[in-house]
Design a protein around this ligand. Sequence first.
Ligand code: DX5
Ligand code: ZN
Length: 239
Amino acid sequence: MPRSTWPACAGAVCIAPSLLAADFGHLADAVHALEGAGAERLHVDVMDGSFVPNFTFGTDTVRALRRETSLPLELHLMIREPERHLETFAAAGADGITVHQEVSPHLHRTLSAIRALDCRSGAAINPSTPVTELHDVLDICDLALVMTINPGFGGQRLIPHTLHKVAALRAEIARRGLSTEIEVDGGVDVTNAAECAAAGATVLVAGTAVFGHGDGPAAGVGAIVAALSTAGSPTIPPQ
Ligand code: DX5
Ligand code: ZN
């Protein structure tokens, strides 16, 4: 999907289910279960066993997912030297590619290269990385990903202080009149989704909360959507 035709979130906030929490033996079923269920994109975690202590999907899996769905595929590359693999992932069917600031010494160049491939550009920061590290690339960044856990595994608890980084980033994006999306990733569930949105996140990644739902992934997405709409006026926890 060309970057120019990427659909904006239907509402103020959209859900990006993370396939990391799906049954890898039945990925196609997982994808099909999410179609028409309120998921507006799929989040695909690529890990290299070096930048993060785990391995997951590669280009062949992305190619297979592409055959199964027309939902936008956003790749979250948790790999060293991501710039070496952009073309391959784009050719495999990625619609968006997010790289980590911590392994991108030439982040501006890498984000520009992602856009040159007609993919949506994303930049991610770990919980220990200051949010100001993203300021100088926001104008070429379609999506800023604030990790709410230390990357590598699903099923962890959201680290509360990261929501203050989301709020600070939201203020910076508003001050400059940019349209950069803010995504949160890690430990997002029905208990904190509204807080994430209140902090300024517009895309919520959810793995365990979606695929661990007793009534299936569509119900998992629905539960988060419901939590967002029924929350009163949530505030983020004090720092
Ligand atoms: C972890 C990944 C996340 C992960 C989130 O490094 O980037 O996308 O799937 O999983 P949950 O929602 O279970 O924390
Ligand atoms: Zn992720």
